[in-house]
Design a protein around this ligand. Structure first.
Ligand SMILES: NC(=O)c1ccc[n+]([C@@H]2O[C@H](COP(=O)([O-])OP(=O)(O)OC[C@H]3O[C@@H](n4cnc5c(N)ncnc54)[C@H](OP(=O)(O)O)[C@@H]3O)[C@@H](O)[C@H]2O)c1
Length: 230
């Protein structure tokens, strides 16, 4: 077996990152952290004006564009839209996203009186499906990687938080792409990107977010995960 130390960590220097739905909390939070790490970051939106004003508010050289233009200009594109809009947006951008690494952080989740619960996803076969598998099905020309499901947008956006205490689980079927996204996660101070399996194992990663929401509510926290012995 080849360990991570035997393979070189890919360089992410100079990587241009676009974030679809980048006007939301998660998108702005990731944009802020990657811009602080020295990346050129493009926030995408269904409205270029909304993207420009969110980008201006963030500063750090972040630019705002329509989703399609942001996707076109970037090497890595993060999808940070609500589950409800996920399939429609990705199918519309399949052309722009071809040949790119698409990072999916979407958690299909519902809320009722008992709190958060994972929504069933059709894509993915007999086992649990996932948003990431839906992305892979809709984007045959892209390299889909799943990551950043358990990162708190509140902490990403908090100027008082210099370093974040969590591991980002990274899943995918393309080793070079997952390793690049692991390295990208590592650009956020305190964060490690840990490979956590193929896309077919992403359903439970997305579903686990409902448990984290329950933890956060009970303990008034922004809980993250750490993997031991690595
Ligand atoms: N918030 C968190 O802490 C967190 C953590 C981990 C993962 N996530 C995941 O990240 C994703 C985004 O979370 P969020 O809290 O940032 O969500 P959000 O604020 O509700 O949505 C993000 C952006 O998506 C765009 N959008 C909304 N509905 C859309 C639709 N039907 N089609 C296309 N675009 C749409 C909106 O931008 P425009 O109107 O400008 O287009 C919105 O600002 C979710 O899937 C969530 O599960 C969130």
């Amino acid at each position: 077996m080849q360990s991570m130390t035997e393979r070189e960590t890919p360089s992410v220097d100079g990587l241009v990152i676009a974030i679809l739905g980048g006007t939301g909390d998660q998108g702005r939070g990731l944009a802020r952290r990657f811009a602080l790490a020295g990346h050129q970051v493009l926030i995408g939106s269904r409205s270029a004006e909304r993207a420009q004003s969110a980008a201006a508010e963030l500063g750090h050289g972040v630019r705002g564009l329509a989703n399609a233009d942001a996707a076109r200009e970037a090497g890595v594109v993060i999808a940070a839209v609500p589950w409800e809009g996920h399939g429609e947006l990705l199918s519309a951008l399949a052309g722009e996203l071809a040949g790119k690494i698409v990072v999916d952080c979407v958690n299909p989740m519902g809320f009722d009186k008992q709190g958060a619960y994972p929504l069933p996803v059709a894509e993915g076969g007999p086992a649990e499906g996932s948003a990431a598998q839906q992305a892979a099905a809709l984007l045959p020309g892209s390299r889909v990687v799943a990551a950043f499901h358990h990162v708190s947008a509140v902490l990403l956006l908090d100027p008082e938080v210099d370093t974040m205490d969590l591991d980002v689980l990274v899943l995918g079927d393309d080793r070079d792409a997952t390793e690049l996204v692991q390295a990208l996660a590592g650009r956020i101070p305190g964060v490690r990107g840990i490979y956590a399996g193929r896309l077919r194992n992403c359903g439970q990663i997305e579903a686990l977010t409902a448990n984290l929401v329950s933890i956060n509510r009970r303990y008034k926290a922004h809980a993250g995960l750490r993997i031991t012995d690595i």
